[in-house]
Design a protein around this ligand. Structure first.
Ligand SMILES: NC(=O)c1ccc[n+]([C@@H]2O[C@H](COP(=O)([O-])OP(=O)(O)OC[C@H]3O[C@@H](n4cnc5c(N)ncnc54)[C@H](OP(=O)(O)O)[C@@H]3O)[C@@H](O)[C@H]2O)c1
Length: 248
């Protein structure tokens, strides 16, 4: 029996990396999936890779009205949603003195503000029961050099995850959990400014006890568990999947 048979799922940031791999796993497990992305070439590539199993929409996380429109689109398509994986995010690793107001605000707008307002718009669409999974980061639980502002956005995501259970578990039957990946080989690191790229990546690799970056599928499998009924007694968990980064 497929683990997500008959489930209706939304994945934000499903056009690349962890989100794209999770969309493939969800489809393989029997779910119907809507995914979002923003870069036209990635949206197009995801349409080809996911085929009929998914609807791929261009929705910019920086546009709050587009978040509300996304909730309406999902409602029109599915009626109700059983699973939401709020995963879209960007990284911007640099020494703290290299941040300015614009770089700080962009990180918080995409990684925190858009997650907050999309979740607000999704509340009336979420089925009872349903499972929401947020993509936080091991950076929220560790002290990695140059993570600073990015780590703060993920600390906020983990805090929202815990807090939303108080808002939604009893009243709406919504379980909220998070996955906190360690360094995973995805295009996320393309966003590191060129002048810091090599030193940042060197620092990241050196800090992974398993000796390698993780693969997107190693996070997607954890998300399948949190999204499925197998985790029905799991509420407010922040599942760290990081090759040991956060315990050494
Ligand atoms: N990779 C890691 O080491 C790692 C570790 C911990 C946590 N995470 C978290 O995992 C999540 C996914 O990252 P990833 O590693 O899979 O990176 P990725 O391959 O760069 O994927 C990021 C996804 O977010 C989407 N996105 C970015 N900005 C957006 C915007 N303004 N509006 C809508 N969608 C937007 C991208 O869409 P397009 O492709 O269409 O641009 C893409 O689908 C992020 O929240 C990240 O912080 C990653």
């Amino acid at each position: 029996m497929a683990r997500l048979a008959g489930k209706r799922a939304l994945i934000t940031g499903g056009t690349s990396g962890i989100g794209l791999e999770t969309a493939k796993q969800f489809i393989a497990e029997g779910a119907s999936v809507v995914v979002t992305g923003v870069t036209p070439a990635n949206v197009e590539r995801a349409r080809v890779e996911l085929g009929d199993g998914a609807e791929v929409l261009a929705v910019d996380a920086l546009d709050l009205e587009a978040q509300r429109a996304l909730a309406r689109t999902v409602q029109e398509r599915f009626g109700e949603l059983d699973i939401a994986f709020l995963n879209a995010g960007v990284s911007d690793w640099r020494p703290m003195e290299a941040h300015d107001e614009a770089s700080f605000d962009r990180l918080f707008a995409i990684n925190v503000k858009s997650v907050f307002f999309l979740m607000q718009a999704l509340v009336p669409v979420l089925a009872n029961p349903s499972s929401v999974v947020l993509n936080s980061s091991a950076s929220a639980h560790t002290a990695a050099a140059t993570a600073n502002a990015y780590a703060a956005t993920k600390g906020a995501v983990s805090a929202l995850m815990r807090s939303w259970n108080a808002d939604l578990l009893h009243s709406h039957g919504v379980r909220v959990n998070a996955v906190s990946p360690g360094p995973i080989a995805t295009p996320l690191y393309d966003g590191i400014p060129a002048e810091h790229h090599e030193s940042v990546m060197e620092g990241i690799r050196a800090g992974i006890p398993l000796g390698r970056l993780g693969e997107a599928v190693e996070i997607a499998k954890a998300v399948v568990y949190l999204a499925s009924d197998e985790s029905r007694f799991t509420v407010g968990a922040d599942l760290v999947v990081d090759g040991g980064v956060s315990i050494f």
